[in-house]
Design a protein around this ligand. Sequence first.
Ligand SMILES: NC(=O)c1ccc[n+]([C@@H]2O[C@H](COP(=O)([O-])OP(=O)(O)OC[C@H]3O[C@@H](n4cnc5c(N)ncnc54)[C@H](OP(=O)(O)O)[C@@H]3O)[C@@H](O)[C@H]2O)c1
Length: 323
Amino acid sequence: MRAAKRTLLITGGSGYLGRHLTVRATDAFQVYTTYHTHPRQIKAGQPLPLDLTRRDDALRVITTLAPQAIIHTAAINPGAGSEAEMMRVNATGARYVAEAAVAVGARLIHLSSDVIHSGRHAPYDDASPPTPLNGYARSKAAAEAAVAAVGPTAAMVRTSLIYGLSEIDSGTASFVARLQAGQPLVLFSDAVRQPIWVESLATALLKLVEQPWAGPLNVVGRQVLTREAFGRRMLAWWGIDTRDLLQTARAADISDTIPLDLRLTVAQAEHLLHMTFPGVDEVLAQAETEGRVPVKLGVGRKRNRPPETLCPRSGRERRSTER
Ligand SMILES: NC(=O)c1ccc[n+]([C@@H]2O[C@H](COP(=O)([O-])OP(=O)(O)OC[C@H]3O[C@@H](n4cnc5c(N)ncnc54)[C@H](OP(=O)(O)O)[C@@H]3O)[C@@H](O)[C@H]2O)c1
């Protein structure tokens, strides 16, 4: 007789990462997943409503289910709420999830961000303490602290810009929306990140469920790219004609709350999880080799599908994409 699958709760199954992760997780787990306002965005798993601002509800939902593991992806991202809201959902909400995880003895993987760092002392290793510069970063740093205080065995995955090749990421989607509206799009030439392919991240998170790793762990792509270079590659992938609307600027000239150098070391996670985290060019080259795109990278190429069909949430663009 086959053993029953273990129960995995993925919060935020209606979000970008959650949609990919739930689909990937169903092979190995009985998957339950949560939504806040977009139940129809869920692709796999049993949907459950969850409002992370309501402690009693959060504890009831999770303790009633009593999953063996929880991957906590739900959060408010930059541009989607005030700093106070981000603190309530991202930090206090993460604490409720950690409390419930401890109550039922669930393995907890919490999603954090590279932007908890100031970008002034890169490269950052896994144990580097947070030095947040802006409201979103403060909420994610506070979330890490809350999760660690409640459940010291939880893993906290510090990741970077998440992108995929089959569904446009929300950052690129917001760029497309600007371009379609005929508005100039400014991309930063001095802010570097290590974008992560959503499929690599999903694999890493599911592997991490099986590992006893506690505390922060960097899970980012190997390739360091400026925000401009990454934006151009994604726009090219999606066949977007940037016309003459794309401009470059230095983030340092605009604001002192944008971290500039977010290089993170990945050796620890690659060793622990027995995998590598390919960079953007490697992922794109592999896709081309597999015939998944008939185009060479280049800006301004037109493909057949209009961009709006590539973005399931185009009515819900974010004002800022620096998460
Ligand atoms: N995307 C990136 O580039 C990036 C980079 C670094 C770190 N991260 C982290 O990775 C995780 C996933 O990001 P993502 O881009 O997949 O996020 P996303 O697409 O914005 O999805 C956010 C999810 O959180 C849910 N949510 C929002 N407010 C909630 C509330 N009050 N109660 C319960 N659920 C709520 C949303 O539910 P509804 O849609 O149903 O309302 C949605 O499922 C987040 O923790 C984020 O901080 C993301």
